[in-house]
Design a protein around this ligand. Structure first.
Ligand code: AMP
Ligand code: MG
Length: 332
């Protein structure tokens, strides 16, 4: 557990800057808020929102959450409207990506269990699943078996939901709503939850927000920055986030549901820019699995902008991403 870090700065004209670092949804939550009002109170509300959303709705490890109850066969579990809408969007995205994106991968991701490894490990004792185990888990996956009825959700054939690819983005959407509904002097901020970031409002002086995009081959550095004004969501999926290495082979946490193995589409990271947190998070995972050509098409279909870093370290940007992007070594 990271120590809670909390500080408060005054940056002139009574505009305050509040920074808070904590944990939520199994990752690091950074909150930076600017404003003349109760920024520290709002940062506490954001933390509470993330924690509540995790434990009450989306955690697939907590059997009392809505998803936990569905996974454990409780077909009567009441699904809140916002969560239901997100499941509808996910199923559509599964169809549009021809199964590359699929939140019913729970049995498969549970078998690989790479999510327990944050950062990377070179662990010779990591129990690699056998081909037979993978085949068996794949039989219990498939978005076609996620039945979305009139406000009730049915999981057929032993499938288990895993919202790891979208939970952080969903949280950013709700944080944005919370900020918009707060009228007590929070004028801007940046909230990051793992690889998903929300920019909102303005900083003092109206400067755009600068969001660094991690270099997959040196995660202490960046390939470039996105310069964003106002409300945006940026999500990155990368093979450096959670992985194990066995005999020199990297097994990361983004699975290709069509093969049962970690996706191998020639990219190391995918960053998606969208007004929607859910879409930026879901699309970054989907396009990581699809690779550059099909990923570009999928992002376009959802009006999202995209940036790939391929295995050779080369960058591939959608046309609409280019105006926001600046190479790291071209910064003054
Ligand atoms: P992200 O880091 O947002 O790309 O999400 C990766 C997480 O989503 C993994 O840790 C799994 O929990 C889950 N996941 C892995 N592969 C897929 C996939 N192909 N479609 C949907 N969710 C996935
Ligand atoms: Mg994602």
């Amino acid at each position: 557990m990271l120590p809670v870090f909390f500080c408060l700065f005054f940056c002139g004209c009574n505009v305050r800057e509040v920074n808070r670092t904590d944990t939520g949804m199994g990752t690091v939550l950074h909150i930076r808020l600017y404003g003349q009002g109760d920024c520290d109170g709002v940062s506490g509300e954001i933390l509470e929102l993330v924690r509540e959303m995790e434990s009450e709705e989306i955690s697939w490890r907590d059997e009392n959450s809505v998803i936990g109850r569905l996974n454990n066969g409780h077909q009567d579990a009441e699904v809140p409207d916002l969560l239901y809408e997100s499941l509808v969007t996910c199923k559509k995205l599964s169809e549009d990506s021809k199964g590359a994106f699929d939140i019913t991968v729970g049995k498969l991701s549970g078998l690989w269990n790479i999510d327990s490894y944050s950062g990377g490990r070179t662990d010779m004792d990591f129990p690699l699943p056998t081909a037979g185990q993978i085949q068996e888990a794949m039989l219990n996956c498939g978005y076609q078996k996620l039945i979305l009825g009139e406000k009730n959700v049915l999981l057929e054939g032993g499938i288990r939901l895993d919202l790891g690819a979208i939970g952080k983005g969903m949280a950013l959407d709700r944080i944005q709503t919370l900020l918009e509904e707060q009228h007590d002097g929070v004028s801007g901020g940046v909230i990051s939850l793992g690889g998903s970031i929300l920019t909102w409002g303005t900083k003092q002086g109206e400067l755009p927000w600068q969001i660094g995009i991690v270099d997959p081959s040196d995660t202490t550095s960046y390939v470039g920055t996105l310069s964003l004004s106002g409300a945006w969501c940026v999500s990155t999926s990368g093979d450096y986030e959670r992985y194990v290495e066995v005999d020199g082979v990297r097994y990361h946490h983004i699975l290709d549901p069509r093969t049962g193995y970690p996706a191998n589409s020639g990219v190391r990271s995918v960053t998606v820019l969208s007004k929607s947190g859910l879409l930026s998070d879901a699309l970054s995972t989907a396009c990581f699995v699809l690779g550059i050509e099909d990923g570009m098409k999928l992002a376009e279909k959802y009006n999202a902008e995209i940036l790939f870093v391929d295995e050779r370290g080369e960058l591939h940007l959608s046309e609409g991403m280019k105006p926001y992007f600046c190479l790291w070594n071209e910064k003054e």
